[in-house]
Design a protein around this ligand. Structure first.
Ligand code: EPZ
Length: 433
């Protein structure tokens, strides 16, 4: 089984280039099937989740061609409208975002079938708001034998209020509405940068969406969508992860190909705890040469502090001077990494959706396991801090959302390798000494 072996204690220094945003790419790749014409998408991150979704898109009959590692051409014209348009269970069990095909296929073909979604185990992750939105547009939604099926004779625009701010439901309902009759308003819509990117992509295909990035999105249905060429925005969470790694390892990293505005909440917290952040047009430099200070963090929908950065800042605060409080307000079960981090010497107590963190000077190495995607990345940061050897198993979670993670860290001076066997680990230890 693949795992990382790490010898930490080295400040990360150098430059890293950020890939395209995974959570924008997943919505955009699904939306690409909403036209019969060719769609060319650039800056697609080469991660497991995007590769699995592209396999699912091929599985329903679309043509998928890679022009290069990060550029894919999709043609939905080869999809057979009268087929069952069923997204096979094997894909949805691997990635939750396969459910974006529910909205895309419903919007284009007025029917779709997708297995109930899986995804990182960070909470219940219901899809009631997706269903509420589809039904508001006139679709009939059934859940039977682990499959969600949608069908509509016609889709009519409507006024939809999201009880909870949901990224996935906002994107799914937006896709179902772009070809509906008349006007749709989505109230209490999610405002993340990836929502705006999906809306901009759909508009480049001829959709009529206004207000994406605010909490009210207005959509006027159009008759059909056409082909386009589109480049995905940089990944705000990959960028934030490397920003935290610079702070936690007391390093100095220039993080390139970012949109600084998308990183404001992360930058603000780093400045608050004593790191230095310099913003340029499309890059940020993060430096730290002293022990950081404690602070309090509460995860919120964008532009608040992102839940996908909660494990990474908790690791950084676990090294800070003083006591910090981290409140996870989005998901119910996103502190699973705390047990692993405690084995490295961190002092963290979890009470409900709050972690009370008493900072320690450093961590000890340990054999730990990645519980989910972002927690896995956070535990890599912790192992890079420990002036010791650590191993991290279940790195398949990390590979879902970080492209060439170990290569990028090696280029920053980290002693990290992907290994398979105990023998590989001994070889690594002999090499590093
Ligand atoms: C997306 O998940 C992201 N995944 C998550 O990133 C991210 O953590 C999350 O948005 C919040 O930003 C993708 O984009 C593929 P939500 P999603 O619907 O859409 C509740 C990562 O690490 N809710 O915004 O599933 C839900 O339970 C992943 O890249 C309902 O109640 O998140 C949660 O408490 C992890 N009913 C809250 O809304 C619904 O129908 C926010 O969830 C849908 C959601």
């Amino acid at each position: 089984m693949e795992q990382y072996v790490i010898k930490g204690g080295i400040p990360l220094e150098g430059e890293v280039v950020i890939a395209g945003a995974k959570n924008a790419a997943l919505g955009i790749l699904a939306a690409a099937v909403m036209t019969d014409q060719e769609v060319k998408i650039e800056n697609v991150p080469n991660v497991r989740d995007t590769r699995v979704l592209l396999q699912a898109i091929e599985g329903i009959g679309a043509r998928v061609r890679y022009e290069d590692e990060h550029t894919v051409i999709i043609c939905g014209g080869t999809i057979r409208p009268n087929s069952d348009l069923c997204v096979d269970d094997e894909f949805i069990r691997k990635i939750r975002a396969s459910y974006y095909l529910l909205g895309a296929l419903l919007g284009k073909y007025k029917h779709s079938q997708v297995a109930l979604p899986g995804g990182c185990d960070i909470g219940a992750r219901p899809i009631d708001l997706h269903i509420k939105g589809f039904e508001a547009l006139g679709a009939k939604v059934d859940i039977l034998n682990g499959m969600i099926s949608t069908h509509a004779d016609e889709l009519i625009g409507n006024h939809i209020y999201m009880d909870v701010t949901s990224v996935g439901a906002t994107i799914n309902v937006m896709m179902a509405a772009v070809l509906a009759e008349g006007k749709t308003t989505i109230e209490n819509a999610a405002k993340e940068p990836h929502i705006v990117d999906v809306a901009n992509f759909l508009n480049s295909m001829g959709a009529n969406i206004k207000g994406a990035g605010t909490d009210v999105i207005r959509i006027r249905g159009v008759r059909e969508l056409h082909g386009t060429t589109y480049s995905i925005i940089p990944d705000q969470i990959e960028a934030g992860t490397f920003m935290m790694a610079a702070a936690a390892t007391k390093g100095n990293i220039l993080i390139k190909n970012v949109i600084p505005k998308h990183l404001e909440a992360i930058t603000s917290k780093l400045l608050e705890i004593g790191a230095r952040v310099i913003e340029y047009d499309d890059s940020v430099r993060v430096m730290c040469d002293k022990r950081l200070k404690s602070t309090n963090v509460k995860t919120l929908p964008y532009p608040g502090f992102p839940t996908d950065m909660q494990p990474q800042i908790s690791v950084t605060l676990a090294l800070s001077k003083g006591t910090s409080i981290v409140t996870e307000s989005i998901f119910e079960n996103r502190f699973k990494y705390v047990a692993e981090l405690s084995r490295m010497g961190a002092k963290i107590r979890v009470e409900g959706n709050t972690a009370i963190i008493d900072g320690v000077e450093t961590f000890a190495g340990a054999a730990i396991a990645a519980p989910d995607l972002r927690a896995g990345a956070a535990l890599v940061i912790a192992a890079l801090v420990a002036d010791d050897y650590s191993t991290i198993s279940d790195i398949k979670y990390i590979q879902r959302g970080y492209e060439k993670f170990e290569e990028k860290l090696q280029a920053l001076g980290a002693h990290i390798e992907k290994v398979e066997t105990e023998k590989d680990i001994q070889k690594f230890k002999l090499k590093i000494g």
